[in-house]
Design a protein around this ligand. Structure first.
Ligand code: HEM
Length: 493
């Protein structure tokens, strides 16, 4: 009894010291509770809760997530310090349980720690999948897939059928992604859609065990079970696809057919690819699977969700929709479809996309970073292994950055202003910045421009059941991305 009292007093003293005395050096923030810290303050929409807190504590705010120190960055100027000036110190990722299971022990890019392995794999993916040459190589495939979607919309317009745009856009992106990576469209043998949906849910769930490691043994949220069952489905699918490619890829190379990404990975693994010889011992089957999971996760949800938000914003704002359709008619003319070569001439489309990304960022807190050294920023001490969350949702809703009309959907605000993704002032940070920034920004934007322009060029859109555009629900949910709470339904006319 006596010993337990001593232990309890010790724990309380340590908690008091580490939260009230030691904290003095940290950026300001809400007082943490014992054990859970500030986890209870995150709520269902953490970007909104953290934005509210940052209005009280400032744009560099400290919070405690269980036993993990975290800093929330909520303004472009502050982000510039973390992801620009001191990017090298914040270029790593915290270790999370999900990565252990779904990335076969951290073998992907997205969640890997900063270092040689991550650098080599990232460089390889950029060269072999995401470079302009590789992306252009799939232009014909994209045209085919967009053509099929436009045809589907035209058929629906003849019968005034309600179209589930969320689902339609999801299928478009899935189809294009599977053809790039696997050489063929979604295969009915696999539960691909279920895998994508479940992946989004587990990636977006706050896993308490990542912040209170002792909980890993109890699996209170059932997440370990979900990871194991999900990885089983993913492995089954990818193993089958890789084995099929092993059987056919040699003949494909001999016939000089376009190689898909599994072919490329196999040729590196089999030492057939001289440029990447240094990777042949790194790329084994589990690394291949981890990289493929990263690419699927990187492309599908981000692109689909972004397109959904742009279409929703256009339907919600008929003035903007009309102006964009006029631009499309003037640039594209009577051609039935918008082509990739037209996209650079569509300046209003670019402004519409920027304005949507400002208000509806698909990754509102970017991806967590972890510091690799102690550092002082703006006079605040930030210890090694602090998690950094950059709240770009807060930037987009800040009157100091966007003036009084910040809450209006007004694409013209970008006219004659040099505000760009990756611009020098960090206002539009949707693709993040620095070493760890999204390696596929141009590809991501291409998907958005191409899908949106074709969907709004081929038809006019009205809401079902006579609903007015004013009543379109723009609420969000926080899964792996910030997605629409309800699917977007509309009628092509
Ligand atoms: C509109 C579309 C997209 C958005 C908004 C987006 C946004 C982001 C963000 C915010 C990050 C985290 C960066 C950081 O931690 O600083 C990221 C990382 C990443 N994205 Fe994208 N992305 C998009 C499309 C894509 C596409 C099409 C791919 C293609 C494969 C992709 C692949 C990746 C990868 C591999 C990473 C991890 C980079 C690393 O950790 O080194 N993304 N993306």
């Amino acid at each position: 009894m006596h010993t337990s009292l001593l232990v309890l007093t010790g724990i309380l003293l340590w908690w008091w010291y580490s939260t009230y005395i030691h904290r003095k050096k940290l950026p300001p923030g809400p007082y943490p509770l014992p054990i859970i810290g500030n986890l209870h303050l995150l709520g269902n929409l953490p970007h909104r809760s953290l934005h509210k807190l940052s209005q009280k504590y400032g744009s560099i705010m400290s919070i405690r997530l269980g036993s993990v120190n975290a800093v929330i960055v909520s303004s472009p100027n502050a982000a510039k310090l973390f992801l620009g000036t001191h990017d090298a110190i914040f270029a790593s990722r915290p270790k999370v349980q999900l990565s252990k299971y779904l990335y076969h022990g951290n073998k992907g890019i997205l969640l890997s720690e900063y270092g040689e392995y991550w650098r080599n794999i990232r460089k390889f993916c950029i060269m072999e999948l995401l470079s302009p040459v590789k992306i252009n190589g799939f232009a014909g495939m994209r045209k085919e897939e967009i053509g099929l979607m436009v045809e589907e919309i035209r058929v629906a317009s003849m019968t005034h059928q309600v179209v589930n745009l969320s689902k339609m856009v999801g299928s478009l992106i899935e189809g294009m992604t599977c053809r790039m990576l696997f050489g063929k469209k979604n295969d009915e043998r696999f539960v691909f859609r279920r895998i994508i949906d479940e992946f989004a849910v587990v990636l977006g769930t706050v896993n308490l065990a990542d912040f209170m490691p002792i909980l890993e043994h109890f699996d209170l949220q059932g997440l370990t079970r979900s990871f194991k069952s999900l990885v089983k489905d993913i492995d089954e699918m990818l193993d089958t696809l890789i084995t099929e490619h092993e059987e056919y890829s040699l003949t494909r190379i001999q016939r000089c057919e376009q190689m898909n990404f599994i072919d490329t990975l196999l040729s590196v693994k089999n030492k057939d690819y001289v440029i990447h010889e240094n990777l042949s011992n790194t790329i084994d089957r589990s690394t291949m699977k981890a990289i493929l999971v990263d690419m699927v996760a990187g492309i599908i949800d981000t692109s689909k969700t972004s397109i959904e938000w742009v279409l929703s914003a256009l339907i919600k704002h008929p003035r903007v929709m009309k102006k964009l359709q006029e631009e499309l008619v003037s640039v594209v003319g009577d051609k039935g479809m918008v082509e990739e070569t037209d996209l650079t001439k569509l300046s209003y489309l670019h402004m519409v996309v920027k304005e949507t990304f400002r208000l509806y960022p698909v990754a509102p807190l970017l991806m967590p970073r972890e510091s690799t050294e102690d550092i002082v920023i703006n006079g605040y001490y930030i210890p090694k292994k602090t998690q950094i969350l950059v709240n770009v949702w807060a930037f987009g809703h800040d009157p100091q950055v966007w003036a009084e009309n910040w809450s209006e959907f007004h694409p013209e605000r970008f006219l004659d202003r040099e505000i760009d993704f990756r611009g020098p002032d960090f206002q539009l940070l949707n693709f993040s910045a620095g070493r760890r920034g999204c390696p596929a920004m141009n590809f991501g934007l291409l998907n958005v421009y191409l899908a949106v322009s074709n969907i709004v060029h081929c038809c006019d859109w009205v809401l079902p059941s006579g609903m007015s555009h004013v009543d379109l629900d723009m609420n969000e949910k926080f899964v792996s991305t910030m997605a629409r709470l309800k699917p977007l339904l509309a009628i092509p006319t």
